[in-house]
Design a binder for this molecule. Structure first.
Ligand code: FEO
Length: 174
């Protein structure tokens, strides 16, 4: 059984993951608007992954006989200055997500809720990857600043990304 405090924090994370999806969907729209379909594809897949992150928590709350309360999802920024600006914001957003996952783990430990702590470890690991991937793309973009052809090569590379169901979904759908 989830404590009320833990339940509320997990519900807030469901909303936060959906905001991430919305943020990345907005970034995907931006890349489409500047004719970078590969970048748009990468962000679109990122948005899909975030939805799954949120839905997996939703399932977990039910699995623990909890009640889900959904909150308002705020609108993401509508304008971006450049691809670098987008990925700088992606990096800082993922750092914020990491902090909120860490806070959830801290709460689970405080509440002696080992099941939630165990569940959240998937997210702890995932955040390492999320931060590293966004940072690697940002660094590449910064290096390409003076090579106009570079961004188009990168667009091709990011266009090859395909969606694969995050493993947390398989675990939470059991
Ligand atoms: Fe659900 Fe990008 O972290």
């Amino acid at each position: 059984m989830l404590s009320k405090k833990m339940q509320k924090a997990l519900c807030d994370q469901v909303t936060a993951e959906h905001y991430s999806a919305y943020l990345y969907l907005g970034m995907s729209a931006y890349f489409n608007s500047i004719d970078l379909p590969g970048f748009a594809n990468w962000m679109y897949i990122q948005a899909q992954e975030e939805l799954v992150h949120g839905i997996a928590i939703y399932h977990q709350i039910h699995e623990r006989n909890g009640e889900v309360t959904l909150n308002t999802i705020e609108a993401p920024p509508k304008k971006w200055k450049s691809p670098v600006d987008v990925f700088e914001n992606t990096c800082s957003h993922e750092q914020k997500v990491t902090a909120s996952i860490n806070n959830l783990v801290n709460l689970a430990i405080e509440e002696k809720d080992h099941a939630t702590n165990n569940f959240l470890q998937w997210y702890v690991k995932e955040q390492v990857e999320e931060e590293a991937t966004a940072y690697a793309i940002l660094q590449k973009l910064k290096m390409m600043k003076d090579a106009p052809g570079g961004i188009f090569m990168m667009d091709k590379e990011l266009g090859a990304r395909v969606f694969t169901m995050p493993s947390i979904m398989a675990a939470s759908a059991d």
